[in-house]
Every structure is written in C-alpha cells, then in structure tokens.
Write a protein that binds this ligand. Structure first.
Ligand code: KG4
Ligand code: ZN
Length: 360
C-alpha cells in the first residue's frame, strides 16, 4: 500500500537521539514543521565537561516517550494522522541510537506504519530543502561537535564527500579549547563570547591544512598549540589572556574553514558548472566569525549562501522527519530488522578518515 495519503500532505514523525539532544517532530510534505520538540541534555553532562554516552542513553530513554507525545499534541494529530516513523539509525552514540530506533520500530509495528532509519548526516544534508526549498545540487559544510565534512549533495542518497576531518571535529576543538581556557561546557558559545573582547593577533596559532591540497581538515594540532601557549602563560589566566587566546583560536578555525571551503567550491564547480549554493549546517554554524568567513567565500564565488535557522542547524527531529519524507517519496522504507549503525558514512566510496568522531 502506498504511504502517500490522498487529499492531504504526507506527515512523518521524526525521532533524533544520536547524541545529547532528545528530539521528536512532526513535519509534512509541504515543508511545514507542525511541531519540533528538542530536549537538550547539556545540563546533565556539564559536570563531566563532555558527553557521557551511558548517561545520554538513559536520558533519552527517560524522555523520548513524553517528547513524542508532546510533538503529536502540539501538531494536533494522533498516531492515526501519521504516515510513517523515521528515526536516526546512526551514526552516533549507539545506546542513544538504539533508544530512538526501538521507539520508532515499536510505533511502526503497532500502527502498521512504514519505518525509516535515517542517516543522521543525511538529516543535516537535506535540511536546506526543508527550510529553504533548495534544489539539488549544492555544496554543504557540516560543522558540528562530531563531524566536519564538505559534501556535494546531488540528490537523496547521492552524496560525494570532498573532505572530512582527519582527527577532531571543529566543535570538539572549540569544546577542548574552552576547557583549556577554563570556560564552561559546551565550549563553542563560551569561546565565541570570550573572543568578542580579544585580540586575535596576540598569539600566533597554526592554521592546520591551510594551502594543502584536498579539502580535509585537522584540528588536533591547533588544540595542542593552544595547550602549549596556555601553559607558557602565568596561571591562572587573566581575562585578557583568555579573550586573546579565544580570539586567536577562532580566527584560526575561520581561516581554515574558508581555505578548505574555497577548494571545495572549485571541485563543486568542476562537477556542476551552473547553479548550486553553499550551505552550512551543524552547531558550529552558530559562530559569527565562521559564518562571516563563509558568507564572504560564497560572495567571492558567486554562490548563494544558505544557512538554515540555527534551530534546524543543530540536532533536531524535524530534519529526520524531512529526510524520511524525501526517502518515502522515492518509495523507500526500511526493514524492522534494521540494526543501529554507530558508524555510517554518507559516501561509502570516500576513504575512512583516521580518528574521525562518531557523532554528528
Ligand atoms: O550540531 P550540534 O548541536 O551537535 C552535535 O555535535 O551533534 O553541535 C554542537 C557543537 C559543540 O561542539 C559546540 O561547542 C559547537 O557546536 N558550537 C559552537 C557554537 N555554538 C555551538 N562552536 C562555535 N561557536 C559557537 N557559537
Ligand atoms: Zn548532528
């Protein structure tokens, strides 16, 4: 039986539990987000200075049912008004992914609905089509706590990875730098705030991979350079030291992102001489300095710059529901025997990156 209903747009429940956000949303085939509930676990993990996978999984288990109920209520529909259930099937922290997948399978089985296991990266990759109705193809920079990737998005299920991090993700580097500077978790926003009052030229930090061939990233050397520079300063650090170091770090990341992005645009243009856009997604996309660097790059390359609203750039259920809608329209669905995948590259032909993080 076709899941496409007669007389009204397709409606999908999306569930996201792959990292430290528990999320459930209802989205329809006309790009309307009928509800979008996100419960962040930041407070739960803050005492540990990072995400504890076991605690994350338990928190998802505690809250997911309630969030699904709230998402349905806010959308004003019951389970009988839903046409399919999509959940992040990976990549991510496996305990959390299992909670989301089992919940989605349970609902699908009980209600006889199609189940879709969505690749979390595909959720990020297709978000600009939900928020902005963007046409294929486009170039995506995904910069989050777990991933830093440049992808050509050519169609649903058709992704070409141009570059990825060979060690830490950009967000991870922000979080680790924050820790070194004595700033709170999550580090990105704290580093950005501190950098606002700092002098980016006082400390000379490296710009890893700048000018190198290809589009890969590396951030662990930058983080180590911050550690050495911090250790050479009188302790405890003065607010001025913290601000200047944060500004130097942020400027280095922005410069590297612009350099790698410029190379990726050239490769994108070689594949697609016409059209396209530069799209950014992931929590680090919130950073003004990085956003400005990308906006400048897009203008230089005469590409429209598309940044979905921040709420849709960070982890959420709406992007999973939307990816489900896109796949469902192509007649796709997954078997209830689907096994959650801690690692799940979007572009299986791309070489595996050494030490790349598992969350997105
Ligand atoms: O996409 P996201 O919400 O979650 C996943 O990683 O899946 O991204 C979170 C990451 C964290 O590393 C956080 O420090 C970083 O995004 N981040 C930022 C900013 N806001 C969040 N990094 C730099 N500047 C920001 N303003
Ligand atoms: Zn993500």
């Amino acid at each position: 039986m076709s899941p496409i209903p007669a007389g009204r747009p397709l409606r999908v429940l999306g569930i996201e539990t792959s990292c430290d956000e528990t999320a459930a949303a209802i989205v329809d085939g006309e790009r309307r987000i009928l509800s979008d509930r996100v419960l962040s676990q930041t407070g739960v993990h803050r005492p540990y200075g990072g995400i504890v996978p076991e605690i994350a999984a338990r928190a998802h288990l505690d809250h997911l049912d309630g969030l699904v109920r709230d998402a349905l209520a806010e959308a004003g529909v019951g389970l009988d008004g839903i046409d399919a259930v999509a959940a992040t099937g990976g990549p991510g922290l496996i305990g959390g992914v299992m909670v989301g997948v089992m919940t989605a399978k349970g609902i699908a089985l009980a209600r006889g609905l199609p189940f879709l296991a969505v690749n979390h990266l595909e959720g990020h990759a297709l978000t600009a089509r939900l928020s902005d109705g963007l046409a294929f193809p486009y170039l995506l920079l995904l910069v989050s706590g777990g991933h830093t990737q440049l992808l050509v998005v050519e169609g649903v299920g058709r992704y070409v990875r141009l570059g990825t991090t060979i060690d830490d993700a950009a967000g991870e580097a922000f979080d680790k730098t924050a820790k070194l500077l004595g700033l709170p978790y999550p580090g990105g926003p704290a580093v950005e705030r501190a950098a606002g009052g700092g002098d980016p030229t006082r400390f000379a930090l490296p710009r890893p991979m700048l000018g190198r061939p290809g589009c890969d990233f590396s951030f662990s050397g930058l983080k180590t350079a911050v550690r050495h520079a911090v250790a050479a300063l009188p302790q405890p650090l003065s607010p001025r030291d913290v601000a200047d170091m944060a500004a130097a770090f942020q400027a280095a990341v922005a410069a590297v992102v612009a350099d790698r992005g410029r190379r990726a645009v050239a490769l994108f243009r070689a594949r697609h001489p016409e059209g396209g856009a530069l799209v950014v997604a992931g929590g680090v996309a919130a950073n003004r300095a990085i956003r400005t660097a990308l906006e400048t790059l897009a203008a230089e390359c005469a590409l429209p710059f598309v940044a979905p609203p921040l709420r849709l750039c960070t982890d959420n259920g709406a992007m999973i529901a939307w990816a489900g809608i896109e796949r469902l329209r192509l007649g796709q669905r997954d078997d209830l025997a689907f096994a959650p995948r801690p690692r799940w590259p979007l572009d299986p032909t791309a070489p595996a990156a050494i030490g790349a993080g598992v969350k997105a």
